[in-house]
Structure formats: C-alpha cells, structure tokens
Design a protein. Sequence first.
Length: 330
Amino acid sequence: MLRWILLLALTGSAASWANLEKRTFCVYDPLGANGSVFGLSRDYSTAALEWGVDLNLRAYTDEKIAIDDFKAQQCDAVLMTGARARPFNKFAATIEAIGGVPTHSVMRSLIQTISAPQAARLMEEGRYEVAGILPAGPIYLFVRDRNVDTVEELSGKRIATFEYDEPSIKLVNHVGASVVPSNSANFSGRFNNGSVDVAYAPAVAYKPLEMYKGLANNGGVVRFNLAYLDFQMIIYKDRFPAGFGQKSREKAASMFDQMMAHIDRDTAEIDQKYWIELSQENVDKYNEMLRSVRIGLRDEGVYDGRMLRLMRRVRCQETPAAAECAEQLE
C-alpha cells in the first residue's frame, strides 16, 4: 500500500502512472521471496518509481535459471552474484577476486568508488550495464577437521568447488586439493554428509543450509576472507531511461549498511566454538598464495587488471604498512 501511495504522490495522476516504463527485475536470493536480498529489492523498486520505472519483481532460488531468463530477455534486469557476472562486465565482476577484499571497510570504499559518476563508463559493457552492487559478506573455508587450518594441510583434501567458478577451480588445483564439482544446490549436502572435506561459503549459508551438521564436533570455520561475495544488478541499458543506471548504483551504494546488518546477524549465528583463528604466519601464507593465483588469473584474462589495481590501492590506504604496498605487485 505504501508503494502505491508514494506512486500517486510522485505521479499525481493516472496518466502519469501510465507513462511509467514497466520492466521485469529477476532477483536471485537463496531464500527466495523470504530472503533479505529480495526484501531490499522491494525497497529498491519503490525508489525506481522516482526514476520513471515500475519494476515487476520475480524471486529465484536458482541463480542459473535467473541468468538464463535474463539471457533469453525474459528479464530486463537481474540480480546475481559477482562471480556469475563476469560475462556481462569483467571489471565489476573482479570485485570477487580471491583475496582482493580483506575487510568490510575495503568493500565499502570499493562500492562507493565505482558507484560514483566518474566510474560510469566502466559500468557499461556492450548493451549491458551494472546498475548496482550490494555486499554479501566474506567467503570462509568450512572444514570437517579443524586441524586443516594451513595452506599445506589443504593438499589432498576433497573440496566442493562450484563448477562454473574458474578462479576457485584454479585455487583448489594450486593447493594440490581435489576438485569435487558442485553447485549452490548440492555443495552443502556434500559437506554435511562427508562426501567432501572442505567447502567454501559466506556466513549466510551456515544456518539455512545446516552446515553445522558437517562441522559436527571436529569441524571449524577458518576466520579468513578468501573472497568477498557480492550481488550485482545487471540491466539491458537500452530498456531503461537515460541516467537510470547511475541513479540505481548510487541507491544500491546507500544500502550498504542495511546489507551489513544482515551480514553481521548471519555471522553471529555461527557458534563461537567453530571459529578457527589463524596465526599471523598462516595469514601471510594465505595472502601470498591468493595473490599468486590472483595475478595468474589476471594474466589469463579472467580478472580485470584495472579493478585489481584499484583494490590494491584501497587496501593500501587502509593498511599502508602491508608488504604489498611497498612493491608493485599488481
């Protein structure tokens, strides 16, 4: 009801309502219409009325189907994870580069920077435009044996690896572990039943996917950001009014704290007994391993070098004493 009251206040007449452009926004949320991401999309759609667009929201629990519908042009806009957004905009998708975003504050700075008007040209690629980025939290290693807490101990372990995620496959191979092809629908089940030794996931997966069953009495969650999950809104830019993308990016950036509240809540759901704290020596080993793989993926054309340089600059603003800030590593 509030949405329609706002609509009438904005438009002032039925004629103005008729002039609104009707578009379909397909939203991937692992929890569907009951999820926090879909809930924020409702708030976002109210703001879009001010920009002349009436969005019809569709909830998807299967990300691939949402993307396939977007490719088939059944959706004018789609919300997907950054790793899946690479075919539409490699620059923005590189935000999920392994080891690239160590803290929430680095993620905040990145989103603010690339949502500014000065970065608008980087948000467009062909007929696609990135119309907003939302944080979804760090990606952690979930291990069935908490003694597996070093790079060396990952060797030989079976790791549930998303089959579409080239960087993760490269990383698993790099540490000498075994790739067990998985997807968002089955990775947690494989971890819980012991088909794999290790899985990677954000905190939001812990409770709804019952990953505590796989952790049981001997498992743990390594408190180290392998990467930082994000959601990206991709649109067919020719189907939206001029300037829509910029307004949309700024709106999404303004929702950072709302998303952080959900991330903090999900992280707090993980039982304290499961957290594995790394020594500084092991943190350094993880960072060096991830940097090596990250640069290799840049050289192979998977990651965008411009985004990697921006990420390094933001990291060094936050931690200028870090070893990478004294060298030209990326």
